[in-house]
Design a protein around this ligand. Structure first.
Ligand code: PBG
Length: 313
């Protein structure tokens, strides 16, 4: 059954397709900025004026969704630039939607890029204040949707934020806008390159009082189940490769669209090894994404999206 190409493709169980992929984009203030992110080669910081060129290329390649991250020009204690009408992500949503109304625009909803302390919520007594943060998260989500986003993706890991966001969107007339919940998001070292890219590393401490303990699997099922009850339309496991078991469990246990985030560190590892000549970049990238899909994710958020779209075209 493995003798030649045609028989192998006849019995192949999993197929990767461009429509499975979502490409993250980093938007920064300024003009004429297209700067490569050192720890994530081939991924860039774009200013608003150059963003559309990149998006046009993605659309041409058949990529159907992007996930937007903003790097604001200023930060404060509560992260108020995150819900500003003229904030960086809000402007990017308007620009992209004007030009490419068909492209699915998803926005990351979090505070860590916007707070001076770099944590994902309001800090008091050295701890993130879960309930006090919910209203701000809902405000961010609404501001993105008002700017034209199709879907919001809360990545903060506060309890109850899906319900807070769903209620806010519904009350504002946006019953038809979707939520992709970062449900099982682990406190992972694999986010290192992203935190360089987004300038969002916590000044003090780490995120283990709100992100999940890598040792836990049952808890991931509880988190996903809660998010679905609160109104999540898509649930996510993050990171992907070190958590394929969680993806598989989630896909067996829940009847909901499942996304996996192939995070910055997973990407950087392959890039670094390939640069040394120790791994074949394209083969390894394709195999990684295929394994995430085989584990049960229907949607993969990945920095490889553009490259892989070219490869499988
Ligand atoms: C924001 C956020 C992070 C990532 C996505 N959204 C960083 C974090 O939680 O520290 C990580 C993405 C990646 O590593 O590619 N909270």
């Amino acid at each position: 059954m493995r003798k030649n190409k045609s028989i192998r493709s006849l019995v192949r169980e999993t197929e990767l397709s461009t429509s499975d992929l979502i490409y993250p984009l980093f938007v920064v203030p300024g003009v004429e900025v297209k700067e490569e992110i050192p720890s994530m080669p081939d991924n860039y910081h774009f200013s608003l004026d150059l963003l559309l060129e990149e998006v046009a290329e993605l659309v041409d390649l058949g990529i159907e969704g992007v996930l937007l991250f903003g790097i604001p020009k200023s930060k404060d204690e509560i992260g108020s630039r995150a819900w500003a009408k003229d904030g960086i992500v809000q402007q990017a949503c308007r620009k992209i939607k004007d030009e490419f109304p068909e492209l699915l625009v998803i926005t990351d909803v979090c505070l860590c890029q916007y707070t001076s302390h770099g944590h994902c919520g309001i800090i008091e007594d050295g701890y993130v204040q879960n309930d006090a943060t919910l209203d701000n998260l809902a405000k961010i989500a609404l501001s993105h949707i008002e700017a034209g986003a199709d879907m919001v993706a809360p990545s903060d890991m506060m309890d109850g934020r899906i319900q807070a966001i769903r209620t806010k969107l519904d009350q504002s007339g946006y019953q038809d806008k979707a939520i992709m919940a970062y449900s099982a998001k682990y406190a992972s070292s694999f986010y290192g390159p992203f935190r360089d890219a987004a300038h969002s590393a916590p000044e003090e401490g780490d995120r283990s009082s709100y992100q999940m303990d890598p040792a836990n699997s049952e808890e991931a099922m509880r988190e996903i189940s809660l998010d679905l009850k609160e109104g999540a339309d898509i649930v996510m496991v993050k990171p992907a490769l070190p958590y394929l078991d969680i993806i598989r469990r989630a896909s067996d246990q829940f009847n909901a669209p499942l996304a996996a985030y192939n995070v910055s560190g997973e990407y950087a590892m392959i890039k670094a090894a390939a640069k040394e000549g120790w791994l074949d970049e394209e083969e390894t990238a394709l195999e990684s994404l295929l394994s995430i899909k085989r584990a049960g994710a229907e949607i993969i958020i990945t920095y490889w999206a553009k490259k892989v779209a070219k490869l499988i075209q």
